[in-house]
Design a protein around this ligand. Structure first.
Ligand SMILES: Nc1ncnc2c1ncn2[C@@H]1O[C@H](COP(=O)(O)OP(=O)(O)OP(=O)(O)O)[C@@H](O)[C@H]1O
Length: 257
């Protein structure tokens, strides 16, 4: 593919899935330094699977994933299952597995807007606080790319907007690229340099403006302010260009719960 020189992560003809079942096919993408790329798509469209394949957690069925040599990745999971009976302070959590000084921990928490939480039990944090602690932890390894899987799940809209502003600030300060998965479109679209619309394959991609005007995207997400809702009512009536014939898309239509 073109434009991959200097890319942090490249996927080439990637096919991935579980136990021989193909979830993603024909994925070609490159993430370049400093860009914010958002992957959007309906439930079950393979967003988390794509992150797992890029992170090397699952092996491609075919095709390949290439990472820049020595790439430092900061990963923020979709959620952290915190066992409420397990005592674990925020400071201790941030010092696993790499021991961090008090000053480092304090600075990281302050940077993400939750200064002073060091002594709190992890299980006692609100959803928004926990997301920021997870982000602080990811930032402590000075990543060249931050990978976030639905980081604002469970946050209200102001919380979500504030989180994305923070991500933009961090990108501006550190120059880190950001790859995130979301199905919250309104806020995400404005914060992204590039959006990849996924539904088993890449339906369309480009700047937020280009993607929001693409018929594939409009069919998936609706035209108006009800976009996020339309996501769940997706009927897959969109028209495919020659690159993605409808038959291929129908064949990859994910199961809906
Ligand atoms: N560990 C697994 N083993 C088997 N199948 C899986 C596994 N994880 C996901 N799948 C299946 O792969 C498909 C894509 O799932 P994935 O979690 O990647 O979608 P998603 O777009 O991230 O969905 P959501 O928006 O609901 O988080 C689904 O049909 C799912 O059931």
């Amino acid at each position: 593919m073109s434009g991959e020189a200097g890319a942090l992560i490249v996927a080439e003809n990637l096919r991935a899935g579980y136990g021989g079942r193909v979830v993603l096919d024909d994925i070609n993408l490159a993430i370049r330094p400093g860009e914010i790329v958002t992957i959007v798509g309906p439930n079950g469209s393979g967003k988390s699977t794509l992150l797992r394949a890029l992170l090397g957690v699952i092996r491609p069925i075919s095709g390949r994933v290439r990472l820049a040599p020595g790439l430092r990745i900061g990963y923020v999971p979709q959620r952290l299952a915190v066992d409420a009976t397990l005592p674990m302070t925020v400071a201790r959590f941030l010092s696993l597995p790499v021991r961090r000084s008090r000053a480092e921990t304090a600075a990281a928490l302050a940077r993400v807007g939750v200064a002073g939480l060091e002594g709190r039990q992890l299980a006692s944090l609100s959803g928004g606080q926990l997301q920021r602690v997870l982000l602080a932890r990811a930032l402590m390894s000075h990543p060249q790319i931050l990978i976030l899987d639905e980081p604002t799940q469970g946050l209200d809209q102001p919380g979500e907007a504030a989180f994305y502003r923070l991500i933009e600030e961090i990108r501006a300060e550190t120059g880190a690229a950001v790859l995130l998965v979301s199905h919250d479109l309104h806020v995400v679209m404005s914060a992204s340099d590039r959006v990849i619309c996924l539904n088993g394959h890449i339906c369309c991609e480009g700047t937020p403006q280009v993607v929001s005007e693409a018929p594939e995207y409009r069919a998936l997400f609706g035209l108006g302010t009800g976009g996020a809702l339309a996501l769940y009512r997706h009927e897959h009536a969109h028209h495919h260009g020659p690159a993605h014939p409808a038959a291929a898309c129908e064949a990859e239509e994910p199961d809906h719960a």
